[in-house]
Write a protein that binds this ligand. Structure first.
Ligand SMILES: *Cc1c(COP(=O)(O)O)cnc(C)c1O
Length: 363
């Protein structure tokens, strides 16, 4: 039995998996339509020549660009494409005319590799205060801080890599803009998962996670004149992948994006309710946090290597999840976690199997 009304339809649109795939936060399962879109273009390239094939698909590519722009609340011409979210952030930081000794404020869920990119460029990082133990940004405290001091920009992971917490990005944008501060949003875990029209100045993300588009396609959207897309875009592009991303966005629209967000939030809640208090594992988000990314802290005394071993053991029983080490969110602590990220086709029995397996692993 599927946890969502959309489960059957979402499942039928894809190849039958050989595992319980609860790992959309690493890479989602592409639909047949997306795979067909990519392969059809690869065939066209070999038949007609790649540049001719790309020209022929100009309208399709433009439609995909428009649809993605709408999904993230930007204009099509503000978009550029790279191979990953990380290369988008690098392109942004390399081309953005920031002052020397720039400062950025981040939330406690900040993605570790992003912090490395800031550090490498001498950008000083400060953590914004949290409103609760889960790490939601305290926007009232932020508003106060901004009256006395303004960073060069605020960078926030709408959803981080090691927590299902959804940051209040719209509120952050509002208080930041009142203080004249630009907001950059890492949407790698958010796009296709939670509402992503936020009003932020600059956003970037990746195709392969919740959108279930192809690997190797990342996007960056820059409002205003901070940098021009032409400075960011690579001269070479994975055109088939770009078309595949367009199809993935079209799939999402066909399901209805608001409905998908609602159902994924419901799945997150069902998953947390099912796993909370199993053995001595602890669910780390509020049960009703509106995301389908669920993290479990291991029983007391477990080391990172124990969590990694648990992930392998689960995979051997046919359940795919992530062992999330602390580098993913170093500001949040040094604990390794199990990350469970089901998509719309998760079944109750899969969560039961996961709960049973975890129960035997810790007490
Ligand atoms: C996966 C992830 C990234 C990096 O995405 P890539 O496409 O692998 O570079 C960045 N931020 C967060 C929060 C992520 O989960």
């Amino acid at each position: 039995m599927y946890c969502s009304d959309l489960g059957e339809q979402w499942h039928a649109a894809r190849i039958e998996p050989t595992i319980a795939h609860l790992d959309s936060a690493s890479a989602g399962r592409a639909s047949r339509a997306t795979i067909d879109t990519i392969t059809a273009h690869l065939w066209r390239e070999a038949e007609r020549g790649s540049y001719v094939a790309a020209d022929e698909q100009a309208e399709q590519l433009a439609r995909g660009r428009r649809d993605l722009a709408t999904l993230i609340g930007h204009l099509p011409e503000e978009l550029s494409f790279r191979d990953s979210a990380r290369t988008c952030l690098r392109a942004l930081l390399n081309n953005w005319n920031l002052p020397l000794a720039a400062t950025v404020w981040v939330a406690v869920n900040e993605f570790g590799p992003n912090l490395d990119e800031f550090e490498r460029r001498g950008i000083a990082v400060r953590t914004m205060p949290s409103a609760d133990r889960y790490g939601h940004v305290d926007t009232d405290a932020l508003e106060n801080m901004l009256q006395f001091e303004q960073p060069d920009f605020i960078h926030v992971c709408q959803v981080g890599s090691a927590s299902g917490v959804v940051q209040p990005v719209m509120d952050i944008v509002e208080v930041a803009h009142n203080a004249g501060v630009a907001v950059v949003v890492d949407m790698a875990q958010a796009v296709g998962h939670v509402p992503t029209v936020t009003g932020a100045d600059i956003v970037y993300g990746t195709s392969r996670k919740w959108l279930t588009g192809p690997r190797g396609v990342g996007f960056l959207a820059v409002r205003g004149d901070a940098i021009r897309p032409v400075e960011v875009e690579s001269s070479e592009a994975y055109v088939a992948g770009g078309l595949g991303l367009g199809q993935a966005v079209a799939d999402l629209q066909a399901f209805g994006q608001q409905r998908v967000y609602r159902e994924l939030a419901k799945i997150g809640q069902i998953t947390r309710e099912r796993l909370d208090g199993i053995g001595s594992w602890e669910v780390l988000e509020p049960i009703d946090e509106p995301s389908a990314l669920v993290t479990l802290a291991p029983p007391p005394g477990w080391q990172a290597s124990d969590v990694a071993t648990a992930q392998v053991a689960l995979r051997e029983t046919g359940i795919l999840v992530t062992a999330a080490e602390s580098w993913r969110a170093p500001l949040a602590g040094d604990q390794s976690l199990l990350r469970i990220s089901p998509h719309l086709d998760v079944q109750r029995s899969q969560l039961d199997d996961l709960a049973a397996a975890i129960r035997t692993m810790g007490y």
